[in-house]
Ligand binder design. Sequence first.
Ligand code: MN
Length: 600
Amino acid sequence: MQKLLEEDLDRRRKIEEKPIAVVKKEDEEKPGKIEQPGNKGKKLFPKSPLFQNWGGENLSEDEQKEAQALFEKYGYNVFLSDRLPLNRPLQDTRDPRCLMKTYPKDLPSIGVVLIYLDEALSILKRAIRSIIDRTPKSLLKEIILVDDHSTNDDLEQDFDRYIKTIEDQNPGLLMTRVRHSEQLGLTTARISGWKAATADVVAIFDAHIEVHDLWAEPLLTQIKGDRKLIVSPVFDRVNYYDLEIVSYLPASHAFDWALWCMYERFRPEWYKLNDPSLPGKSPSIMGILVADRTYLGEIGVLDGGMKVYGGENVELGIRVWTCGGSIEVVPCSKIAHIERSHKPYMPDLSITMKRNALRVAEVWMDEYKHNVNLAWNLPFKDHGIDFGDVSERKELRKRLNCKPFKWYLDNVYPLLDSWDDILAYGGLKNLDANMCVDQGPVPGHTPIAYHCYYYMPQYTYFRGTGELYIGGIKSHKYNANRCLTDSGNNDNEPGLNDCHDALQKQIAIYWDFTQGKELKNKQTAGSQAVGEAPDCSPQTEPTWRGRAPHMEGAGTPPTWRGRALSPHGGGGHSVHMEGAAATQFTLRTGQTAFLIPFLT
Ligand SMILES: [Mn+2]
């Protein structure tokens, strides 16, 4: 969903962004310029993400305080938004080929649902203004405003007055208000917007958007051609700090096994056509969607059991594809979307994200459902997360006679690594030293021993190929993991290398590992007797005693032998491991066995 889009793009933004000053330098530096007393204050919030990226040097101290307070409340520059025209022009960011296209006259009617929670009034007004100005009257049947229990006062009377004006000016347009008496979360809000809609096609949007010219026609044309198509426009980014538009190229909407969403290249067939104005198939949607209203109902709209935020977009993507429809991103349809600096829902969205992801897995992912657990580093069973009742969604899947998830992986999303052969995952803990293998500093190639805290740097995965990943696992085939390596030199510490690189450089990455047995590198083991530590004197030869949780107290603990790993943080431990030693490394027998919980 778009929050993830926002976060994904936040990361990209960190690389791309340069501060854009509102005040032109040359004006400021003109010799002899008279400063007006009281007009220009010192910078009060130099560390604020707003003022770091936005001029505002000419604001008085009071204005800076006002702008900062509004920014903190809303996550974007409301001070500036309040001063920009509601019908501001947007530059045309479409591929030039879009301008050559013509669209049928008899397109279906469209209703636009805007979902909001504590959105700034001027942002909402601008969204409505742009939709009315840039959608043909003959197509735009209604705008449905869904308020998911906002608390700001100006969204009451001031907004009512504005809507009244809009209604007076546009007698043919239906303005529908849906107000929730409590916060129901994005998914339920979207469903309530869909319920209130009456047009042939429904567009479900965030309210911090502006549509570009000719946004609707390309989408409606696609749906007219195939009612089982769910489409998405391409979003341009509106900077939260200066509200400038940054053009984005068309891309497909994808996700990883944690169900975080991300942009990805279209399938190779799309690039072969060499025409970036053409719609491209997409495994999922980011959250904003346009669909035939009746068809969306037939396939179950959205999963009403989702809470707050996250996962419902992936659920829709899998459902549409496996139940006979498809998804397209349509490049000639563009909307501008504010990527907020922070969002109003709750401080840690990963809590509901995780829960909702488990829901999607349970209903749709068949034998692959535990990959969601793997991605979130959760035990397969007894993870303690209540994801609610999914029986209705399971019945829906049955009723719609949907294809298996494997079909989706093979035909729709082959870039997602199926993780078929992950045999074990967890933390590699040495009980004697009470330390865990940790990926160490990144970038870097030296794993370290560190006190066990079981977060990402210590996530370890063992693959059927013999690869041991330390520090997490990537969901996509195009991304390389970091493999534990053994250079084969007896005095060398184990390394951590990009698995693709290591293969190319012929560094040994394949390990033999069985829970409760010694771990050794398959490739270098021949040259190095396991059990001997040639770099250590017999007196200091480390002995590792490891117990898997399910073996606790049962029989003789397995013995681990070690190659040196640099101790981190001192503490007087001399920590050695043979490549790596596992104790709390839990095994997955075959592909379906559950794991013993290893995290608390
Ligand atoms: Mn958004």
